[in-house]
Design a binder for this molecule. Structure first.
Ligand SMILES: *Cc1c(COP(=O)(O)O)cnc(C)c1O
Length: 374
């Protein structure tokens, strides 16, 4: 079936990006981060591509995401990075999902869940080394380590990992990076001295995996780089290949005279008689409304700026005297090899990060996987 818009995901690019990250990781394992629908690329499909490319772990933010992977038959080691009260932890334990534990209250919940599930929970202790978000530090860290090792001795949990997260890894040289690395090494050492036997120590996101060899430890956790977008725009692309191309078929194309106000608020006026095309995606699909009169798309082989406001379901482009037929493909963003903007370009224009551009593409836009073996 022909659809008016779709996000085409190049699963081969995801596999290749993981291959590149693996090479850079020099023996450390790769946990592909597939939270938030794999940054908009489709949870299960992207996970499969990452595993085919050599990832040996998957990481998600929320427990429901891990359970969806299990329901889809994905059995590889999977880590839930965020813990909130009242989640179905017993189901997670029963389904062999690794859990991140950064507070004693969460450890207590996981211990109870392990008892209910009748098996040991696998946990990764989360150290707050300076991100100042999740995780424990100072006396809380000591208390958490102590409680976790007691639960391990009692057979309720197995403390398999220690992890942390960088605040400023996308700004190589930022003084917090060295401080966090130092804190991580110390906090892991403290836990080991207390008796922890970690299988994996991990702290590196995409930026650290690509720019900071000393942050690799046993495992790296790339998210954005998996999808081919650079974590450090000013250092270039690192050879990564963007996996997502967002396309829409031009709907109505019509000729209007000079001086016509276009779309809500008439924030754009035709300077001369022009052909206008309606593109059937809008902010209800994740096209940023503040990209009105700002973002470019590729239509008829040329870049065009969105003319007037982005609406909920559509926007307009001004083709001048060029022609486009209803049904002709408009490329909103992609890898850039056909002259279309990249998600990074959209992010730069909007003052945000590429993560937000791809992640926000909504569920109304079907994901397509061209060339996927059936
Ligand atoms: C999202 C996430 C990552 C990946 O971050 P990127 O910057 O996309 O590479 C790594 N670790 C944790 C804990 C995360 O939540």
């Amino acid at each position: 079936m022909r659809v008016p818009a779709e996000a085409r995901v190049d699963l081969g690019a995801i596999g290749d990006n993981i291959g590149l990250l693996r090479e850079r990781a020099r023996g450390a394992e790769v946990m592909a981060m597939v939270k938030a629908e794999a940054y908009g690329h489709g949870l299960v499909e992207a996970a499969g591509a990452a595993l085919a490319g050599g990832a040996s772990w998957l990481g998600v933010a929320k427990l429901a995401e891990a359970l969806r992977l299990r329901d889809a038959g994905v059995t590889v080691r999977t880590l839930v990075c965020i813990g909130v009260p009242g989640e179905p932890y017993a189901e997670a334990v029963a389904k062999d999902v690794d859990l991140t534990v950064g507070a004693v209250w969460l450890l207590d919940e996981v211990v109870r869940a392990a008892e209910r599930a009748g098996r040991q929970a696998r946990i990764h202790l989360k150290a707050d080394t300076g991100m100042t978000r999740g995780g424990a530090s100072g006396a809380d860290w000591e208390a958490l380590v102590d409680a976790a090792l007691k639960a391990e001795a009692a057979g309720q949990v197995r403390v398999v990992g220690v992890m942390s997260h960088f605040a400023c890894a996308d700004e190589p040289g930022h003084p917090s990076i060295a401080a966090q690395l130092g804190a991580f090494t110390e906090m892991a050492a403290h836990a080991e001295k207390a008796g922890a036997r970690f299988e994996v120590r991990h702290i590196a996101n995409s930026a650290a995996a690509l720019t900071l060899p000393e942050a690799r430890f046993d495992l790296v956790r790339p998210g954005i780089a998996t999808y081919g977008l650079t974590p450090v725009p000013r250092l270039g692309t690192f050879g990564l290949r963007p996996a997502m191309t967002l396309v829409a078929d031009a709907a109505l194309v019509k000729r209007v005279p000079a001086g016509r106000g276009v779309s809500y608020g008439h924030t754009y006026t035709t300077r001369a008689a022009a052909n206008l095309a309606v593109v059937p995606v809008g902010y209800g699909d994740g096209i940023p409304r503040n990209g009105s009169n700002l973002l470019e798309v590729l239509a008829g082989g040329r870049r065009r700026t969105i003319a007037g406001r982005v609406c909920m379901d559509q926007f307009v482009i001004d083709l001048g005297d060029d022609r486009l037929a209803a049904g002709d493909e408009v490329i909103l963003f992609g890898p850039g090899d056909r002259g279309e903007p990249t998600a990074q370009e959209w992010a730069d224009a909007l003052g945000t990060i590429s993560y937000e551009i791809v992640t926000r593409i909504g569920s109304r836009v079907p994901r397509a996987y061209p060339g996927r073996a059936l």
